[in-house]
Design a protein around this ligand. Structure first.
Ligand code: FCB
Length: 451
């Protein structure tokens, strides 16, 4: 928080939470009838994941969820955002339903509710069933309907206990890296495939919102977007154009059609061949909130290394970085919260924010992680500055509860408030866990209703 200012007060009802995702923590990849996902396939391709890691075991959350819910209870969070693994509940992505997989999420949801923690369920955090990929995945227009059918299943099964649903986690990230820039499943590098995937994911979002709304009384619905200011790495016109183009794909390609019924001007022409007459009306369905994930700004350069003609350049030399190499700039968080509030006017939940650090347990079992505490303190202060300036932020979720499978970085990058010993699967709360618990406690104690 800014020096010399009284401690900021979150608005009444402010939600404090943590986020995870299925493939990154669950493990049990071949148990109880779970089908393979594109990440099971991709992580086995030589050279794709640091250390050759996979999510086969990850944090073994599938078996240890009770211990993890107990950690959340200790942390004092109001809400837990997790994702359902589509191939765990529909092994082929459509058709047959896997009762054992559905029962796992029943147990998890019930344990959360018993602990006084509200479940926030995300339908899709990147683990498309491999069987659907074999039929074209998101490049096939039918995938939107397969996704809607899966949404109906989830709504019918859990809608009595779960009211908060997000359709997709970070559609811009998984489409850009999975279909054009490389580095993520399914590993396609092709601009036309990217454009198709963008449109079909958007159609899936709209269809799923309609299904959730129809099936769940009192549903509160949204999508989760990764939003990062896109700045040119130099002042050349080429880098400026590349930054504008990345901004259109990264920050606009999903929120614009979903919330305004249009593609960003820089993409209109490229998207036109895929957009049928009623599509934008079907994509732009009423939602209740905007899920915003943020880590750092992008510094963009023009580059011919991929079909989009852009790449990620270096931040100015004086900007500190996390162990991921991501710039640490809390003011960019304040900036993007303000931009998205002005652009879309929806209540915002910060559904992910956090940092990676090379944490190591001491012989005592303590895990000091001062850089993470400094990051979270600076970023929550920036969020409070935005709130003070009128931005409607209603909640904040740390990424992540546990160290976990960090996609292409495997287990080499640690984002957790809790340290994972991947040999023993022992969980050790870090210093930041204590810090966040105190933040939550002090805010709930001092939170006064606003009138
Ligand atoms: C986000 C992803 C999440 C995690 C964090 C570090 O882009 O949504 O799964 O990998 O980055």
């Amino acid at each position: 928080m800014s020096a010399g200012r009284p401690s900021p007060q979150p608005p009444s009802g402010f939600v404090w939470g943590v986020s995870t995702s299925a493939y990154q923590i669950e493990g049990a990849a071949r148990e109880d009838g779970r089908g393979p996902s594109i990440w099971d396939t991709y992580s086995r391709l030589p050279g794709k994941i640091a250390g050759g890691d996979t999510g086969d075991i990850a944090c073994d959350h599938y078996h240890r969820y009770r211990e993890d819910v107990a950690l959340m209870e200790k942390l004092g969070i109001d809400a837990y955002r997790f994702s359902v693994a589509w191939p765990r509940v529909m092994p082929e992505g459509r058709g047959a339903v896997n009762e054992a997989g559905l029962a796992f999420y029943d147990r998890l949801i019930d344990a959360l509710i018993e602990a006084g923690i509200e479940p926030w369920l995300c339908l899709y955090h990147w683990d498309l069933p491999q069987a659907l990929q074999d039929s074209g995945g998101w490049t096939n227009r039918d995938c939107a309907q397969w996704f809607a059918d899966y949404a109906s299943l989830i709504a019918r099964r859990y809608g009595d206990r779960v009211k908060r649903f997000a359709t997709f986690n970070e559609p811009s990230v998984f489409t850009l890296f999975g279909y054009c820039l490389g580095g993520q499943a399914p590993g396609i590098v092709d601009r036309a495939m990217l454009l198709r995937a963008i449109h079909h994911v958007n159609l899936g979002h709209g269809a799923a919102i309609d299904r959730l709304r129809a099936a769940v009384a009192g549903a509160s619905l949204g999508a989760v977007h990764n939003c990062q200011p896109c700045r040119p790495a130099t002042d050349t016109p080429e880098d400026q154009a590349a930054a504008d183009m990345l901004d259109a794909y990264w920050n606009g390609a999903f929120p614009d059609p979903q919330l305004r019924g249009v593609y960003p001007p820089l993409l209109t022409e490229a998207m036109a061949p895929y957009v049928k007459s009623n599509d934008l009306a079907q994509i732009c369905r009423p939602v209740d909130w905007f899920g915003l994930n943020h880590y750092s700004p992008h510094y963009v350069v023009a580059s011919d290394r991929n079909p989009l003609g852009l790449w990620f350049g270096a931040a100015p030399a004086d900007v500190p970085r996390s162990s991921m190499g991501w710039p640490v700039e809390p003011d960019a968080f304040r900036e993007i919260l303000t931009t998205m509030h002005k652009r879309y006017g929806l209540p915002i939940y910060v559904t992910e924010n956090g940092t990676a650090n090379p944490d190591k347990p001491q012989p005592s079992g303590e895990v000091p992680d001062e850089p993470r505490i400094a990051y979270l303190a600076a970023y929550t202060a920036a969020m409070f500055d935005a709130i003070d300036a009128g931005v409607d932020v209603r909640g904040y979720f740390v990424w992540s509860l546990l160290d976990n499978f960090e996609w292409g970085s495997g287990f080499s990058q640690r984002f957790g408030l809790v340290y994972m010993d991947y040999q023993t699967l022992r969980r050790l709360p870090k210093a930041s866990f204590q810090w966040f618990a105190e933040v939550i406690k002090s805010h709930s104690a001092s939170s006064v209703p606003t009138v």
